[in-house]
Ligand binder design. Structure first.
Ligand SMILES: Nc1ncnc2c1ncn2[C@@H]1O[C@H](COP(=O)(O)OP(=O)(O)O)[C@@H](O)[C@H]1O
Ligand SMILES: [Mg+2]
Length: 260
């Protein structure tokens, strides 16, 4: 049972010292981009421990760049990103994983010819603690029982929704305290998108993980998040409680396709 899960040795080693909020990430005037072309232009907000923050906004507004910066795939040009009380500057993605930060990229990241089980094993690649646990993959199957039924199937035979579940459960194997999700519903039907968000809310409740989630489907994302951020041109245009943003005339007209 999820509620009874015991933390693997690796998680204990990663646990933040007492008094720190391991899942809390602070963006402080973050500027980042590519080859001197700054895309994220001075962004400040916090993802509290166990919080769900949604980032929405038009294509090309820098959402993926922001989340890649949080995972160390794009360098911070100025400003700071802190996790707990640790400045993440100079830390590689692998080091961030070890700190308890997970990342599910926008583009598909399953290995199609590998089985579900083998794909999950890849998620333990850089963690000795979990790999030494008796059945490290069982946690993924607890989160998504329907993957357990398909454990021997090649990943390419999974539906789009099942592949996304595989990616999310793989990123959960290292027991992150913060999960960065770049468009988890991309390619999914409206019904599956709704299901995906129910899963994410449940993950927060059962695994105590904070979520920073980028979403094209702004209405759905703003309904389930604690706070929403509208990113436009690499800057925060609106930041507020998800439901307040949904009710805001200007946000609705400009970003959510008009009427109620
Ligand atoms: N690897 C890259 N190299 C150079 N420019 C990039 C790269 N990735 C994204 N960009 C540019 O950064 C801008 C923002 O892209 P992105 O962060 O992917 O936006 P979003 O996720 O909001 O659609 C776009 O103009 C895009 O062309
Ligand atoms: Mg993107």
């Amino acid at each position: 049972m999820l509620a009874d899960r015991t933390a693997p040795a690796g998680a204990a080693a990663r646990a933040a010292p007492a008094g720190l909020h391991a899942g809390s990430m602070v963006f402080d005037r973050v500027v980042s981009g590519y080859h001197g072309n700054m895309i994220v232009r001075g962004v400040s907000f916090e993802v509290p421990a166990c919080g769900i923050i949604a980032i929405v906004g038009p294509n090309g507004s820098g959402k993926s760049t922001l989340i890649k910066t949080a995972f160390g795939l794009v360098r911070v040009a100025s400003g700071q990103i802190r996790f707990g009380n640790q400045n993440l500057a100079g830390m590689s993605p692998a080091q961030r994983l070890a700190c308890g930060i997970g990342y599910v990229p926008q583009l598909p990241s399953v290995f199609p010819s590998m089985s579900v089980q083998e794909n999950l094993e890849m998620g333990l690649y850089c963690d000795r603690g979990s790999a030494e646990a008796a059945h490290p993959l069982e946690y993924a199957y607890e989160l998504f029982p329907q993957l357990a039924e398909r454990r021997s199937a090649a990943a390419r035979t999974l539906s789009g929704g099942e592949r996304r579940m595989l990616e999310i459960s793989r990123s959960m194997l290292l027991r992150p305290s913060l999960l960065l999700l770049d468009e988890p519903s991309v390619g999914l039907s409206p019904a599956l998108t709704k299901h995906m968000f129910e899963i994410l809310v449940r993950l927060r409740e059962t695994a105590g993980v904070a979520l920073l989630v980028i979403e094209q489907n702004a209405k759905t994302a703003l309904q389930i998040c604690d706070e929403g951020i509208v990113l436009v041109g690499g800057k925060i245009a609106y930041h507020g409680k998800g439901k307040e943003l949904l009710a805001d005339d200007e946000v609705r007209r400009t970003f959510l396709g008009g009427g109620r």
